[in-house]
Design a protein. Structure first.
Length: 259
């Protein structure tokens, strides 16, 4: 009934269709997709629902990885105890659509992808994780507030790209709201609904994640990394790492040297 796999989409794909329903969830990188002639963009905060017999194609960048969940629409039998849950899940495949994942769901997908990578031959584990993701998505799709037909939806991944392109300079919530073409108050509301954290928290997390990555993988000085990631000083970066990640620049650099 349920099959799942972690794979990399080709940079050029031919149009095709199949007899099973399919969910394609962004794990890393980005991809373009088209379902029944309607184009969309897949990143690490989105999931694309492809109904059975819908013509579709995908085209990924060279870093993309996706989690694919296939669901057979012809099972289980209607007289089985699983029928009620199955019927509920089938309704989300009534038409092609895209789900903007919230922070918790995105975290679940990333955790599952890590487990798929860690235990590629444990198909029982993969099936249970895929089923959990499917149930969580079905639950959210029945809530109209999370439908991506909402014209005020915001992509956290698009905001992350904006932050990365301006990482060395001061970025305000007003700047991010302008990038999303929304008022500050409306942006704050819809962003928190989509990502599960405030825009300011997301900005700080993005800066810290990048700083930690540079500390662990380069020989740049702490002062240089502080500048590149938008912190006002070396001490500001050190204090933020200690408060929010429970570590320090020197510890990250030592780990990198040992590795």
């Amino acid at each position: 009934m349920l099959q799942s796999k972690l794979l990399k989409l080709p940079t050029a794909a031919h149009q095709h269709k199949h007899e099973h329903h399919q969910i394609v969830v962004g794990v890393r990188g980005e991809a373009e997709l088209s379902v029944d002639g309607t184009g969309s963009w897949l990143d690490t905060w989105k999931a694309c629902f492809v109904p059975a017999e819908a013509s579709h194609d995908y085209c990924g960048d060279d870093k993309n990885h996706v989690l694919v969940i296939n669901l057979d629409p012809l099972t289980p039998a209607f007289n089985t105890p699983a029928h009620a849950d199955y019927e509920r899940m089938m309704r989300i495949f009534e038409r092609p659509r895209t789900l903007q994942m919230d922070n918790r769901l995105q975290g679940l997908v990333q955790f599952a992808a890590g487990e798929f990578d860690r235990a590629p031959d444990n198909h029982t584990l993969q099936q249970h994780l895929a089923a959990s993701i499917l149930y969580c998505m079905a639950d959210r799709m029945t809530d109209r507030k999370t439908e991506t037909s909402n014209r005020y939806s915001v992509s956290p991944e698009a905001i992350r790209r904006y932050i990365f392109s301006n990482l060395h300079r001061k970025i305000t919530v007003e700047d991010m709201a302008g990038e999303a073409c929304l008022s500050v108050s409306r942006f704050h509301e819809v962003f928190r609904e989509a990502a599960g954290i405030t825009p300011h928290q997301f900005l700080l997390r993005t800066r810290l994640d990048r700083a930690a990555e540079l500390l662990a993988s380069t020989s740049l000085s702490v002062s240089e990394i502080s500048y590149r990631t938008g912190f006002s000083s070396q001490s500001a970066l050190t204090n933020a790492l200690r408060k929010y990640k429970g570590t320090t620049p020197s510890r990250l650099q030592v780990r990198a040297a040992v590795a």
